[in-house]
Write a protein that binds this ligand. Structure first.
Ligand code: SF4
Length: 338
């Protein structure tokens, strides 16, 4: 692990057992995350995108050890420079890391306890970790509210007195309260109106710059992550199928699934017309993925040989550009506006 990386995930697997019958015997596995590897640099934003159910949220939760991984390594470099494998840490040793690695949840409507004031909600992590109390806690809450664009005069109010965008700002202030270094943002704007999404994205971008944060930004919509991400990883049925610098992936996707996602992004230049690629069929079940390339049943370029029988490995085909497709070097796929 190089010094520049704060997080390095290697061959991560997260399987959930399928149980059946009176004795609840294990009859199968849902391979929610199946051999995922990536690394994130300090102060970098890695966007993790894919359709609902592709495993991206499970990756985020497993990195934070909200789930115990089935296999794989999650190397994290702490504030003091120590390198720890989060996947192997005993539960008692996770608490200090919970200050450094925090999550922003998708739904600001359900992630905030409606019976608690904003002061209590933002101040709770500070109390749990015994960082501040009394007057110092109130001052820290006021400071955090100001940092996320909320008026500290409203700290005694309840979540229902705020709009959706303001509630997500409360959630972000709560996440920032312990001065984290790594934030897993799980669909942080999906539940918000489009007009409010841009404000929250801009806030996250400025907070990232101000505090030197590192973000794993999870979203189902490529157009949400394209501006905030330095690099983007595309997931499909538990695997990363393409990973590249954001601009390059949008301009020149190398995986047919990424090409379809890119085709749905409206081009910034109104003179460019994008031809939306509609994928046929459904996403396969991670309990029973197809043989060969997991995308082959929906891929319009699939051949009748290797695509159906051999799983393509994720390979670096150009510096920093990884793709899992047998035909990556032969296909000429359309990028944004293409
Ligand atoms: Fe399509 Fe074959 Fe590439 Fe899979 S390996 S994405 S089926 S062309």
């Amino acid at each position: 692990m190089s010094d520049e990386y704060i997080l390095e995930v290697s061959n991560l697997r997260q399987y959930f057992p399928i149980r059946s019958g009176f004795l609840q015997r294990v009859v199968g596995q849902i391979k929610a995350v199946d051999g995922v590897s990536f690394a994130v640099k300090q102060n970098e934003v890695l966007g993790l995108v894919g359709e609902s159910g592709c495993g991206k949220t499970t990756v985020g939760r497993t990195v934070l050890r909200l789930y115990d991984p089935t296999a794989g390594e999650i190397w994290y470099r702490t504030r003091s420079g120590e390198r720890v494998n989060v996947a192997q840490l005993p539960p008692g040793e996770l608490k200090p890391l919970r200050r450094e690695m925090r999550m922003i949840f998708q739904d600001p409507f359900s992630s905030l306890n409606p019976r608690r004031t904003v002061k209590e909600l933002i101040g709770e992590p500070l109390q749990i970790h015994r960082v501040a109390r009394g007057r110092a806690l109130e001052e820290r809450v006021a400071q955090l509210m100001a940092e996320v664009g909320l008026d500290p005069a409203y700290m005694e109010r309840y979540p229902h007195e705020f709009s959706g965008g303001q509630r997500q700002r409360i959630g972000i202030a709560r996440t920032l309260s312990l001065s984290p270094r790594l934030i897993i943002a799980d669909e942080p704007v999906s539940a918000l109106d489009v007009s409010v999404q841009a404000q929250v994205l801009n806030l996250l971008q400025s907070l990232k710059d101000e505090f030197g944060l590192t973000l794993l930004f999870i979203a189902h919509d490529l157009s949400v992550v394209e501006h905030i991400s330095d690099r983007i990883a595309v997931m499909y049925v538990g695997k990363i199928v393409e990973m590249a610098p954001a601009e390059e992936l949008l301009r020149r996707p190398l995986h047919p699934y990424a090409e379809a996602l890119v085709s749905a992004v409206p081009p910034a230049d109104p003179d460019l017309q994008s031809r939306r690629i509609i994928l046929e069929g459904d996403v396969p079940s991670p309990a029973n993925p197809p043989a060969g390339c997991v995308f082959h049943p929906r891929c319009r370029y699939a051949n009748s040989g290797s695509c159906r029988t051999v799983e393509p490995p994720l390979q670096e085909v150009e510096p920093g550009h990884f793709v899992a497709c047998h035909l990556a070097k032969e296909l000429h796929l359309a990028g944004i506006g293409g």
